[in-house]
Design a protein around this ligand. Structure first.
Ligand SMILES: NC(=O)c1ccc[n+]([C@@H]2O[C@H](COP(=O)([O-])OP(=O)(O)OC[C@H]3O[C@@H](n4cnc5c(N)ncnc54)[C@H](OP(=O)(O)O)[C@@H]3O)[C@@H](O)[C@H]2O)c1
Length: 254
């Protein structure tokens, strides 16, 4: 049955930044499909972990700052010690910071690039040997429409550049590791209602501009990313690799 191809029974899946927003919703989707999930983040201040436990998934939390160079290998070691395998890696943790190039000093630039690009690179580098050993694996990176178009009105040159890098990292890894039966895809969300967009949503001009430029005339919900994430992490998408799937209510059509 086709529906069985969405099942992830006993698969081991890591979701970075899985304690709130899009990552939490993805963790719920993978857990619902039967995966054992490991979520990471610096904090759990929105009770995301509690909601995953209450849903009765097999879930673990590993606290840490993904920008620390040793953190990715620490996450992989933790998961291997616990489960001895890793089937799915979702690189979701990310930060957004607005500002023009003139406003971006090195400290801000480092924060964006370390979180959104370097940590994704390191997570992939740390997980690939295990996936090669297992003879299969799935990596899903969360990019953004900001890696495809220079969305307005907010200035966010560094964020845009970081997400474009995530898309190209995705394609390069998909090409390099296809022979190992490892699929690498990305999702490029448009404006999604999460903590990340909460403050900026309070800027009426920005919020109205976003909505008016989105053909579906609303922001997306984290669950509208999670359903596609489940598809891309499951055997249902077994012939898809190197894809950057845009989910933006039509924003990039115009
Ligand atoms: N929301 C949108 O409109 C939108 C659009 C396009 C793309 N995206 C992308 O989607 C992903 C998720 O965004 P979101 O909207 O769900 O954001 P969010 O609500 O701010 O959640 C971000 C998650 O990442 C974790 N995180 C951030 N920095 C971290 C670090 N240094 N180390 C470990 N964990 C860290 C956060 O936990 P802690 O803060 O506790 O560490 C949190 O769990 C991001 O990559 C974002 O760029 C979002």
């Amino acid at each position: 049955m086709i529906i069985d191809q969405f099942k992830l029974t006993n698969k081991v899946a890591i979701v970075t930044g899985g304690t709130r927003g899009i990552g939490l919703s993805i963790a719920h989707a993978l857990g619902e499909a039967g995966a054992k999930i490991i979520v990471t983040s610096r904090t759990d201040k929105y009770d995301g972990l509690k909601s995953l436990k209450e849903a009765n998934y097999d879930v673990s939390f590993l606290q840490g700052d993904i920008t620390k160079p040793n953190e990715p290998q620490k996450i992989i070691n933790f998961v291997l010690e616990k489960y001895n395998s890793i089937d799915i890696l979702v690189n979701n943790a990310g930060v957004a910071q607005h500002g023009t190039m003139e406003e971006f000093d090195d400290e801000l630039l480092d924060k964006i690039m370390n979180t959104n690009v370097d940590s994704v690179f390191r997570m992939c580098r740390s997980v690939l040997p295990q996936m090669k050993k297992q003879g299969e694996g799935v990596i899903l990176n969360i990019g953004s429409i900001s890696g495809l178009v220079s969305n307005i009105p907010q200035p966010q040159v560094a964020y845009n550049a970081s997400k474009a890098a995530v898309h190209m990292l995705t394609k390069s890894l998909a090409s390099d590791f296809a022979e190992n039966n490892i699929r690498v895809n990305a999702i490029a969300p448009g404006y999604i209602d999460t903590e990340m967009t909460k403050l900026t949503k309070e800027n009426e001009h920005w919020y109205e501009t976003w909505k008016s430029m989105t053909p579906l005339k609303r922001m997306g919900k984290p669950s509208e990313i999670a359903s596609a994430a489940l598809f891309l992490c499951s055997p249902a998408s077994s012939y898809i690799t190197g894809e950057v799937l845009v989910i933006d209510g039509g924003y990039t059509l115009r």
